[in-house]
Each structure stands twice: as C-alpha cells, then as structure tokens.
Design a protein around this ligand. Sequence first.
Ligand code: PLP
Length: 367
Amino acid sequence: KINFGAGPAQLPLEVLENIHTEFLDYNGTGANVMELSHRSTTFDKIILDTERYIREILTIPDSYAVLFLQGGATAQFSAIPMNFLNLKPSATADYLVTGYWSEKAAKEAEKFGNINLVVPKTSKYQSVPAEDTWKLTKDPSYFYYCANETIHGIEFEDIPSIIPKDVPIVCDMSSNFLTRPFDITKFAIVFASAQKNFGASGLVLVIIRKDLVEQNTNKSIPIILDYKIHMANGSMYNTPPTFPIYVANKMFDWTKQQGGLKGMNQHSEKKSSLVYETIDESNGFYVNSIEKKYRSRVNIPFRILTNGVENEKLESLFLSEAIKANMIELKGHRAVGGIRVSLYNGMTPEETKKLTNFMRTFQTNHS
Ligand code: PLP
C-alpha cells in the first residue's frame, strides 16, 4: 500500500528490508539493536555513525552539537524557552505563527516569559503577512518559526530575510527536514522529529550552536530538558531512543545514497509539482487555498468542490475509493478537513504519479 500519511510516515522499502535482515541478529551480536545496551561498543558505533552521516549530509561544522533526544518536537517547544528565553536583556522571544505547530510552540513558550507574536493572530492560515508588516523586538533572545506547517501546508522556501544577522534563529523543521538544502550556519537551533523524513517516532534531532548552550546559566531547568546536560553527555545522560537512532542511521545512509539533499530536493520538487499541477488543472474541482509562494512541497491539503462549494460527501468517496486503490492515510487533519497528501522522503515520484492518475480519473468520473 502507498501511505500518504502525515507521520509516522512510510519508509523506503529497501530500508525496511535491511532492518528486517538484521532484526534477529544485528551484526553478529545475536541480538536485536533494541536489546543492546546504549553503553555497548556496538551501539556506540551506531550513534557515532548516525551523527557522522547527518554532519556529512548537512555539512554541520564542529561549532554545532547534534543531539538525539526523546520527547519529540513537542518537548523542544518547552525546552527552547526554558533554556534561551532569558539569553538577552530583552528577555523576550519573537514567534512567527503561521499555522497549528508554531501556534502550539508560542503558546507553550508563553508559560515561561515574554513572547512577542510577530504577526497578528488568525484562525485562517493561508499565507504569511509581508515581512515589512512584522513587529520585531529589538534584540530578542531568539526568533522562532516553523519551516513547514504540516497541517496547514505552508512552507518557507528560505529563512525570512528581515531577521537581523545577530538574532539567533530557531526553526522547527520536523516535516520538511532533509527535503531541501539549507545552510545550518544561518540557524542557532534546528530541530526535527524523526517520524516523517528519517524514521521512527520517539527520536527528535536537535542541531544546536554550542556557544548558545554554553551561555545558558539557568539552573532550574528540569534535567531532561537541559541542552547543556545532553550536550555534555553526548545524548547519553539517560537511555536514548536506541532503536529509532538505529533507524535514523539507516535512513541517513539511504539519503546519502539517493544523492543527499540534492537528490531529495529533486524528488520533492517532482512529487509536489505532480500534485499541484493536478490540482491547478482541475478547473476548481480540487482546490488548495494556500498562497502559491508558500505552498508546501511536503504536505498538500486540498478540498473537493462542486459548483464552488466544498463537498464532504465527495471527499469521503475519494478517500474510500483511494483505499480500494491501495492508497491510504489521505484524510485531512481534523483542524482543516478535506484531503491531505504528505510527500515525505520515503515516498517516490512513481507512487505520487499513481495518486495523481487516480485524482484525474476520480475527477472525470465525478464532475
Ligand atoms: N512540529 C511539526 C511541524 C509537526 O508536524 C509535528 C508533528 O506532526 C510536531 C512539531 C510535533 O512532533 P512530535 O509529535 O514528535 O512531538
């Protein structure tokens, strides 16, 4: 079956097969990776290789730590303000809210101090207000945004250009991580949950400037959310998510074999173009209401319309016929309804083509 779910998401078959081969006996240990001590030399090699692979893929300099943590991206929503909200005398962080996930992050951060919302609150996320209307704090502790809103389907092609160079930029890349190139040195922190583009839930990758971590003097942070502790212990303060780290190792290796970020970027462009072309050529049968500049290449929500009105019955039929055609997990998030196509790295252009063929046939049969 082809799984278009928003995550945990489909992984490449060859990666799953490789894991399957090693399942009962990892590398002659006679054990599964999940049965090995995180302090064993075998696991030590796995985590060190995993870090080496991701450093190679993203060209991460030594001035950044790569942390393999638990608690998902959601734990970072709390950890980031706890560690860094008071980094500067302004004791204020700027949050750009462009959808469900950045809204959640901002709401969590408000528990810990002053949060400035850069753009006005809205319930309808279809675009991003022009940068020259943003209300930025002078010398904030950091600027936070989400590179790709998984539910609303809003993605930034690049870092907002209006942010001054000396402001630490914090970015939630959970859903578009490794789907396009980016320059890590422009960020202070990039974090991403694994279950979309590099494996299994239970692991979040945090790439963070070491000097920033050193600057934090807050002693009252719960130990499990303290980046300084994790950095000093090489992500091994407590038991890390060993099996998801092993899966990430396989996924990063696979990503490298696919041509790294360049290869993934080409795939992402191809897959999303197929879907958007089908939507745009449907004469208003399929509608994606995001401003074109901010259309996500990874999560594409759309509605089905008849006579210009959303037709939930037809959407239900679309979903049930898709399942019969072996295409699953296409239901839109409850916050926005309709259909959502997620095109993470484990999805091939060929599989995406099957979906767009299905969409075209469905339209012919039902319009
Ligand atoms: N941020 C984004 C952009 C997401 O898509 C998600 C989950 O879908 C999260 C954060 C939350 O991740 P987790 O469930 O791993 O905490």
